[in-house]
Design a protein around this ligand. Structure first.
Ligand SMILES: [Zn+2]
Length: 122
């Protein structure tokens, strides 16, 4: 009997370890996708500015469809990005809102991509 329970506990533990390993890897992949999405939005903003006397778009939707076919969302919960821009001097910032990547040590509302620093994860 004891052996049987030990075997059950052993299986449970290895399944738990395997699952947590998978989800960490998944979280890292999601963060990579999210960061890449923000960079792509940044690139689209620069292209937009080139065509609009160096002004960034007022809303993220203005990038569609000419500069981006679709505006990407964070793979975690399909979260829409938050975009803000300012004029004179022109700048923009786009970030992943909430705590989607908090398990990987990022703060709320990160990563951020902005016109002065590029990608900010910390
Ligand atoms: Zn995200």
């Amino acid at each position: 009997m004891n052996r049987f329970f030990l075997a059950v506990i052993g299986v449970c533990l290895s399944v738990t370890v395997a699952l947590s390993g998978c989800s960490k890897k998944q979280m890292e992949e999601d963060l990579k996708t999210c960061s890449d999405n923000l960079k792509q939005i940044g690139t689209a903003c620069e292209l937009y500015a080139t065509d609009h006397k160096e002004h960034y778009p007022k809303t993220i939707e203005e990038l569609q469809p000419k500069y981006m076919a679709t505006i990407p969302t964070c793979p975690v919960h399909d979260t829409s990005y938050v975009y803000t821009s300012q004029k004179d001097p022109d700048s923009y910032e786009v970030y992943c809102p909430g705590s989607n990547h908090i398990e990987l040590g990022l703060e709320n509302d990160h990563p951020i991509f902005n016109s002065t620093q590029g990608l900010v994860t910390k």
